[in-house]
Write a protein that binds this ligand. Structure first.
Ligand SMILES: NC(=O)c1ccc[n+]([C@@H]2O[C@H](COP(=O)([O-])OP(=O)(O)OC[C@H]3O[C@@H](n4cnc5c(N)ncnc54)[C@H](OP(=O)(O)O)[C@@H]3O)[C@@H](O)[C@H]2O)c1
Length: 299
């Protein structure tokens, strides 16, 4: 490992770089952190090469490029562009986590996996998962992680099924997973999806309730529910912030709450930054690496 100063270049296509991510990077050990805002995909190659050619190749592992923003596909495209811009032996490490979504999704899937394993002695293969908030960045990443593990994942649209159909197409094209797209716009549609689900990921916007006590009462096949929303009202009625495998009131399903997920999310993001700093070779992280680490934290 080089003893060169760890430098992190943080790129965002938005007008702000997330203060949350800046703090996480500093606390993980980066000594110099530079945010770049309003960055376009086309600018990533030049920025990456500017970063690599200014340091000797053995300093490459101490140079990091973080990609934030709020768009999962754009972040993945930027990650690809940065990796393609590397000119060995000049390199750097990359990590995409737009709006914290990749590490949050990884943590949610890992926490539910622990509940399935320890309470039901089963894994993801063939498990029916319904994802609410599927057009959001957390919903998108968690759908793909679970599908890559063999789950049968349904993306639920709360308005306009076209956008989740598009998400399913993109997921097939980029990750080879088959996601089911369904409309959950009416109460009947939503309750039919819930009645069939074995796992629910509640990943809708902050303060939005997606599952009521009445919905839960109909969910006879439901084993586990995860809720990432920490802003009242809870995304799932009866969910407690720190719930981690406890029984949801009025239901046999077990709940995983936002702060139980947040704890693993925090450790995952911090752990990936530390891996970047301490690696002897450049490393490249998206939600798959995040899930691999989150899994070790919930083993
Ligand atoms: N616990 C943690 O550690 C942690 C970390 C990060 C984020 N979060 C939480 O994760 C959640 C998702 O974040 P995100 O960044 O993925 O958000 P996002 O990109 O803004 O997505 C929000 C999703 O919620 C949907 N939605 C909005 N209003 C809805 C409604 N009334 N009914 C059903 N769905 C609705 C949106 O659908 P449309 O596209 O149709 O609007 C979209 O699919 C938020 O609650 C956020 O606070 C938690």
């Amino acid at each position: 490992m080089s003893d060169a100063t760890p430098i992190l270049h943080m790129l965002s296509p938005q007008k702000h770089m997330s203060p949350f991510d800046v703090n996480m990077a500093a606390d993980a050990g980066y000594k110099v952190i530079v945010p770049y805002i309003n960055v376009t995909l086309e600018e990533v190659t030049a920025l990456t090469q500017d970063a690599i050619f200014s340091r000797p190749p053995n300093y490459g592992t101490r140079t990091g490029l973080f990609i934030g923003g709020k768009d999962a596909i754009l972040a993945l495209d930027m990650l690809d562009a940065a990796q393609k811009a590397l000119v060995p032996p000049f390199g750097l490490s990359t990590f995409a986590d737009p709006a914290g979504s990749f590490t949050t999704a990884a943590a949610m899937v890992a926490c539910v996996e622990r509940v399935l394993r320890t309470k039901f002695n089963r894994g993801w293969k063939g498990t029916k998962v319904a994802v609410f908030g599927a057009t959001g960045v957390v919903g998108f990443a968690s759908s793909i992680i679970a599908a890559l593990e063999g789950a049968e994942v349904t993306l639920v649209a709360h308005r306009g099924v076209d956008r989740v159909i598009k998400s399913a197409e993109v997921s097939k094209e980029r990750f080879g997973v088959d996601l089911i797209a369904k409309s959950g716009e009416t109460l009947e549609q939503k309750q039919a999806i819930i009645a069939d689900a074995e796992v629910v990921f509640a990943a809708a916007a902050a303060g939005v309730r997606v599952l009521s006590a009445e919905d839960l009462a109909l969910a006879k096949n439901l084993l586990a529910v995860a809720d990432v929303n920490a802003v009242p009202p809870a995304g799932v009625e009866g969910m407690e912030l720190f719930m981690d495998g406890g029984e949801l009131p009025g239901s046999k399903a077990l709940g995983v709450g936002p702060l139980a997920i947040g704890d693993i999310k925090y450790k995952t993001e911090s752990g990936l930054f530390k891996q970047m700093i301490n690696s002897t070779e450049p490393v490249h992280f998206d939600f798959r690496a995040a899930f691999a680490l989150a899994r070790t934290l919930t083993a």
